[in-house]
Design a protein around this ligand. Structure first.
Ligand SMILES: [Zn+2]
Ligand SMILES: [Zn+2]
Length: 279
């Protein structure tokens, strides 16, 4: 397995909370994630942030050269998903239909380069997905680089929204209120709290599917920017096409607002069904 400088120290899933099974293959000790607050991830500042290592340094060129997630997200466009990048999907560990192992195999079959599984309030899919990708990589398959992910419900401007957390340290105590299998309550339900905790765990916070809420996406994105969100999910299939495609107009409007604000744009299928190329 190629272990490029900077990625070798974190070859295994970082401190998986919910899985007492073998935590990581023997070749790599688990190293706790960054402890301090994440250095700026807004706009262009995040390229060298310490939290940029992948959850799994899988056998891909990207893993070997240590590309940060911020760099990957800076290259996202309307055609990145579902064939190259997917930062939003669900497994049986929340309301999805796929086993993490099957989702990981499909991701490899699709030729994805980067993947994050974002179950609601759970990171339990990370370890089995990672193990599957490692096995496939060992067998010679090209596999995506797997990043930690989660989808968290919270209140933004009084509106119940979803936040995608990406590339955080899954063992970080900051995230404890958010990995209990259900939506947080009280203070923990506030968007500013979710962002602060994700940043404290070394991760990025992105507003999921901004066009799916009661309030207009433009005001939610503005509010998210003020609270320190790193970006939002720009490319999303609001129309639920048979094969995933970013919905015209709304996605372009969201992407251009994010660009003006200097925020990152992600993309994902939000797959809940059995095929990773559809929603
Ligand atoms: Zn959602
Ligand atoms: Zn989702």
């Amino acid at each position: 397995m190629p272990a490029g400088a900077g990625s070798a120290k974190r070859l295994g899933p970082r401190g998986l909370v919910a899985d007492p099974a073998p935590m990581a293959p023997a070749q790599a000790p688990l190293v706790p994630g960054p402890t301090g607050p994440r250095v700026q991830t807004r706009s262009t500042a995040g390229n060298n942030r310490p939290g940029a290592s992948p959850v799994a340094g899988l056998a891909s060129a990207a893993a070997a050269n240590g590309t940060s997630l911020v760099e990957v997200l800076q290259g996202v466009h309307g055609g990145s998903c579902p064939g190259e990048l997917n930062f939003h999907c669900h497994t049986l560990h929340s309301d999805g239909s796929l086993k993490p192992e099957d989702l990981a195999s499909q991701a490899a079959d699709l030729g994805l380069r980067h993947l994050a599984i974002t179950d609601h309030h759970s990171t339990a899919a990370l370890a089995p997905a990672w193990q599957t990708l490692e096995r496939l990589g060992d067998q010679g398959s090209t596999v995506p680089r797997l990043w930690s992910g989660i989808e968290i419900s919270c209140l933004l401007e009084g509106c119940l929204v979803h936040v995608l957390g990406l590339d955080f340290d899954p063992s970080a105590p900051d995230l404890e209120p958010y990995v209990q299998g259900q939506a947080p309550v009280g203070q923990a339900l506030r968007a500013e709290q979710v962002v602060e905790r994700l940043h404290g765990a070394g991760g990025l916070a992105l507003l999921a599917h901004p066009g799916r809420y009661r309030k207009p996406f433009s005001s939610l994105i503005d509010a998210a920017a003020v609270l320190g969100f790193d970006g939002a999910e720009a490319y999303y299939d609001y129309a639920m096409a048979p094969s995933w495609q970013p919905t015209p107009l709304v996605c372009e409007a969201i992407a251009s607002q994010l660009e003006k604000l200097g925020l990152l744009r992600s993309c994902g299928t939000d797959t809940h069904g059995l095929a990773l190329h559809g929603r």
